[in-house]
Design a binder for this molecule. Structure first.
Ligand code: NAD
Length: 722
C-alpha cells in the first residue's frame, strides 16, 4: 500500500500500475470535502515518491464515482471572504495540476456519477473510461457558481467550447453515449469491464499507441479559435443562455465569459481567470441562497426517507374523482409504476380523466421518453371504474372529489366500508380540516391529507397533513407513496389552508390591499415577476380561479378572523378586487376572463391579453389613486406572506425553516434564488424586517403585524438559519 487515508487509498501491482481508490469512510457517497482534497494531495505526494510507476488509475469503491465537492462546507468557506476562497482554489488547482503533470499516463475509471469537482478531477487525468450506466456533469451554475477546479479550462479544450458551454451553462448530467460522442471520455464499457478497459488504455499509452503527452499539451494550451469561431461559440451562446437563465441567475453567463477570456491563455492564466470569477460569484446572495436551497432540499429528502422507511410500499392505489386533480394523480401514479383504480360517479368524467392521461403519455412518446409499448403498459395501470368493486385490494386511496365538506365526508365514509382495515385513506382537499374530515371515519388513525398541486405531473410538492387522530403509519405510507410518484412530500400539521395556502392567502391579501389603495394590477404583476415570481399575483389568481380563491379565502377568514377577516382588501364598495372579479363572472383562465382576458395561442394554450373591462372594474373599487414605488409594492406583497410563514413555524404547522422554505418553492414557485420566505427575512435582517412590518401594520392592520417571538428574535440578533 502506497497510501492509506480516511477516504483515499493507493496501491500498486506487480506491473507498476497504481490505483488510487476513493472510498470515503462512513458515507454512502464519495465527496471532495476539504479533508479529502488534503488526502488527495498527500496521496499524490506519496505516489511521486515511488519509483517505476507505469501508470495510474483513479477509481471509486462506491456506486457513484464522486458526487462533487462537499456543499455543506460552502457557506462556511464563502463567508471567510474572497482571499480565503482564492487560496482554496489555488491550492486545488495546484493539486489537480500535479495530477495532470505526473510522469506517467493516468486514466479515470468512472463507474458512476462524476459531478462537479468529481468530474473535474477526472478531467485532470489523461484518459477517461466510463461505465455505460455512469453520468458526468458540471452542475455548479445551478448553485450560482461555476466550475472552479479547472472545469472551465479543461473541458472546452477537451470537447470544444460549444459543447463545454452547453454542459456548464446548462449544468446537465450527461449520459455515457453523449460523453463518448463529444469526446469527453475515451471509451464506454459495461460496468464489469471498467477496470480492464482502464488498464488497456494505460498499456496502449505505455506502448506509445496512445500519445498521453499530446493530451496534456492540448489541455494546457490556448484553445486557438479564430474570430468567427469565437463569435459563433461565445456571442451566440451568451444571447441564448441569458434568455434561458433570466436576469436573476448570473452564473451561466459568467461561466461563458470565463471560458471566452481563458480561451487564448495557457493553463495557469486561464485558471486564474476562472478562480477570480468563481470568487466573485461565491459572494453573491444568489449563490448563498441556491446553496441554501440545496441543503434544505437534502433536509427535506432525508426526512421523507426516514418516514418512508417505516412503511411497506404502496403497491396498489385508488383515486376518487377523475377531475383535474384525480386525473392528474392517476396519471402520475401510473407513470411511476403504481397501478391505480380511478373511480368517478360519471362516465363522462372518467372519459375526460383518461383523455388527459393519454395526452400526457403521448407527449412523452413524442419527446422520445417513452415507446408506444411503454405508453400502452403505463396507461393500462389506470383502471377506470364507477364502483368500489376492487377497492378491497388497494393499499392507499386518494379522495379528490369536489371541495365540499359534506360530499367529502360522505364519500370518505363510503369508501371506508369498501376497503380493508389497513388501507390508508387520504384527502386531496385544499382547505377542509383533516381533523374535521376524520370525524366521518371509523378508523381516523388511517387517515391524513395528501395535498397535490396543479398541474400534478409538473408540481413537485405534496403536503402530507397530519390530523389530530392521524397515526404514524398513515403518514409514513402517504410519504412513501408520494416519493414513489416522484414527488417531494413535506409533512405538516392540520390548520386552515395547511402550510402552503395559509401562506399564499395573506399574499393575496396584500394584493387586495394594493388594489383597494389604487395600484395598477398589471404593474404589480410586472414588479413581482421582476422580483422573481413565475407569474404576478393577478395572473396567478386567474390561474387558480376566482371561485376557488373566494371560497378558500372564506375558509381562511373563518380560521384566522383577526388578520384574514376580509383578507385586507375591501375597497370603496366594501369588496375586494378578487370578489369584484368573481361577482362579475370573471373566474380567470377557466372562463377566459379574469384580471386579464385569455386567447388560445397556436398550441391551444391560454395567452393572457390586457382587458379594459377588468381594469375599469378594479379602478371602480379604488379608494384613491395612490402611486407606489416598486419597493412599496414588494414590501406590501411579501410582508404578509413572510409573516404567515413565521407563524406556521411558531405554531408547529411545519417542523423546520428548511421545510417551510422548500414547500413555498416547490408548491407556489417562490423565487428559488431568494431561498424561501425565511431566508428572505434573514437576508433583510430580522430587525429591518420587523421595522418595515410595523410601519405597514400601522396603516394596514393585523396582517402586517410581527409576532412577539419574531420581535424577540430580532432583538437578540437571531436568524432562522445559522
Ligand atoms: P373537479 O371538479 O375537476 O373534479 C371533481 C371530480 O369528482 C368530478 O369528476 C366529479 O364527477 C367527481 N365526483 C364527485 N362526487 C364523486 C363521488 N362521490 N365519487 C367519485 N367521484 C366524484 O375538481 P378538482 O379541481 O379536481 O378538485 C378536486 C379536489 O382537489 C378538491 O378537493 C380540490 O379542492 C382539490 N384541489 C384542487 C386543486 C386545483 O387546482 N384544481 C389543487 C389542489 C387541490
Amino acid at each position: 500500500m502506497i497510501y492509506q487515508g480516511n477516504a483515499i487509498s493507493v496501491a500498486r501491482d506487480d506491473e507498476g500500475i497504481a490505483t488510487l481508490t476513493f472510498d470515503l469512510k462512513d458515507e454512502s457517497v464519495n465527496k471532495l470535502s476539504s479533508a479529502v482534497v488534503q488526502e488527495l494531495e498527500q496521496a499524490l505526494e506519496a505516489l511521486r515518491g515511488e519509483s517505476d510507476i507505469a501508470g495510474l488509475v483513479l477509481a471509486s469503491a462506491k456506486d457513484a464515482f464522486i458526487v462533487g465537492a462537499d456543499i455543506t462546507e460552502f457557506h462556511g468557506l464563502f463567508a471567510k471572504g474572497e482571499d480565503e476562497i482564492q487560496s482554496m482554489l489555488e491550492q486545488v488547482h495546484g493539486i489537480f495540476n500535479g495530477l495532470e503533470d505526473l510522469p506517467f499516463p493516468t486514466v479515470s475509471a468512472i463507474n458512476g456519477l462524476a459531478l462537479g469537482g468529481g468530474c473535474e478531477v477526472t478531467l485532470a487525468t489523461d484518459f477517461r473510461v466510463m461505465s455505460e450506466t455512469a453520468k458526468i456533469g458540471l452542475p455548479e451554475t445551478k448553485l450560482g457558481i461555476l466550475p472552479g477546479w479547472g472545469g472551465c479550462v479543461r473541458l472546452p479544450r477537451l470537447i470544444g467550447a460549444d459543447n463545454a458551454i452547453e454542459w456548464i451553462a446548462g449544468g446537465t448530467e450527461n449520459r455515457a453515449d453523449a460523453c463518448l460522442s463529444v469526446g469527453a471520455v475515451d471509451a464506454v464499457v459495461p460496468p464489469e469491464s471498467l477496470e480492464a478497459a482502464a488498464r488497456d488504455i494505460l498499456n496502449r499509452a505505455r506502448s506509445g499507441e496512445l500519445d498521453y503527452q499530446a493530451r496534456r499539451t492540448e489541455k494546457c494550451s490556448p484553445l486557438g479559435l479564430d474570430a468567427i469561431e469565437q463569435m459563433m461559440a461565445f456571442e451566440t451562446a451568451k444571447g441564448y443562455v441569458a434568455g434561458k437563465a433570466g436576469p436573476h441567475y448570473p452564473a451561466p453567463i459568467e461561466a461563458i465569459k470565463v471560458i471566452q477570456k481563458g480561451a487564448g491563455e495557457e493553463r495557469a492564466r486561464a485558471q486564474a481567470i476562472e478562480a477570480k470569477a468563481f470568487g466573485k460569484l461565491a459572494l453573491t446572495d444568489v449563490c448563498y441562497n441556491l446553496v441554501g436551497l440545496f441543503l434544505n432540499d437534502q433536509v427535506v429528502k432525508k426526512k421523507g426517507g426516514q418516514y418512508a422507511k417505516q412503511s411497506v410500499p404502496v403497491e396498489r392505489a385508488g383515486v376518487l374523482g377523475a377531475g383535474i386533480m384525480g386525473g392528474g394523480i392517476a396519471y402520475q401514479s401510473a407513470s411511476k409504476g403504481t397501478p391505480i383504480l380511478m373511480k368517478d360517479i360519471k362516465d363522462e368524467a372518467i372519459e375526460l380523466g383518461l383523455k388527459e392521461a393519454r395526452k400526457l403519455f403521448a407527449k412523452q412518446v413524442e419527446r422520445g421518453k417513452l415507446s408506444n409499448e411503454q405508453m400502452a403498459e403505463r396507461l393500462s395501470n389506470i383502471r377506470p371504474t364507477l364502483s368500489y368493486g376492487d377497492f378491497s385490494h388497494v393499499d392507499l386511496v386518494v379522495e379528490a372529489v369536489v371541495e365540499n365538506p359534506k360530499v367529502k365526508g360522505a364519500v370518505l365514509a363510503e369508501v371506508e366500508e369498501n376497503v380493508s382495515e389497513d388501507t390508508i385513506l387520504t384527502s386531496n382537499t385544499s382547505t377542509i380540516s383533516i381533523t374535521r374530515l376524520a370525524e366521518n371515519l371509523k378508523r381516523p388513525e388511517n387517515f391524513c391529507g395528501m395535498h397535490f398541486f396543479n398541474p400534478v405531473h409538473r408540481m413537485p410538492l405534496v403536503e402530507v397533513i397530519r390530523g389530530e387522530k392521524t397515526g404514524d403509519g398513515a403518514v409514513a405510507a402517504t410519504v412513501a407513496y408520494a416519493r414513489k410518484m416522484g414527488k417531494t412530500p413535506i409533512v405538516v400539521n392540520d390548520c386552515p389552508g395547511f402550510l402552503v395556502n395559509r401562506v399564499l392567502f395573506p399574499y393575496f391579501g396584500g394584493f387586495s390591499q394594493l388594489m383597494a389603495a389604487g395600484a395598477d394590477f398589471q404593474r404589480v404583476d410586472r414588479v413581482m415577476e421582476k422580483f422573481g415570481w413565475p407569474m404576478g399575483p393577478a395572473y396567478l389568481l386567474d390561474v387558480v380561479g376566482m371561485d376557488t380563491a373566494v371560497h378558500a379565502g372564506e375558509v381562511m377568514a373563518e380560521g384566522f378572523p383577526e388578520r384574514m377577516g376580509s383578507l385586507g382588501g375591501a375597497g370603496s364598495e366594501g369588496k375586494s378586487a378578487i370578489q369584484v372579479m368573481f361577482d362579475n363572472e370573471r373566474l380567470g383562465q377557466k372562463n377566459a376572463k379574469g384580471f386579464y382576458a385569455y386567447e388560445e395561442d397556436k398550441k391551444g394554450k391560454p395567452r393572457k391579453v390586457r382587458d379594459e373591462a377588468a381594469i375599469e372594474l378594479v379602478k371602480g373599487i379604488a379608494e384613491s389613486g395612490r402611486e407606489f414605488s416598486d419597493e412599496d409594492i414588494i414590501a406590501r406583497m411579501m410582508t404578509p406572506l413572510c409573516l404567515e410563514t413565521v407563524r406556521c413555524l411558531e405554531d408547529g404547522i411545519v417542523g423546520t425553516p428548511a421545510e417551510a422554505d422548500m414547500a413555498l418553492i416547490y408548491g407556489i414557485g417562490f423565487p428559488p434564488f431568494r431561498g424561501g420566505a425565511l431566508r428572505y427575512i434573514d437576508a433583510m435582517g430580522l430587525e429591518a424586517f420587523v421595522a418595515q412590518a410595523d410601519e405597514l401594520a400601522a396603516e394596514l392592520g393585523a396582517l402586517y403585524a410581527p409576532t412577539d417571538r419574531l420581535r424577540e428574535m430580532a432583538r437578540n440578533g437571531e436568524r432562522f438559519y445559522q
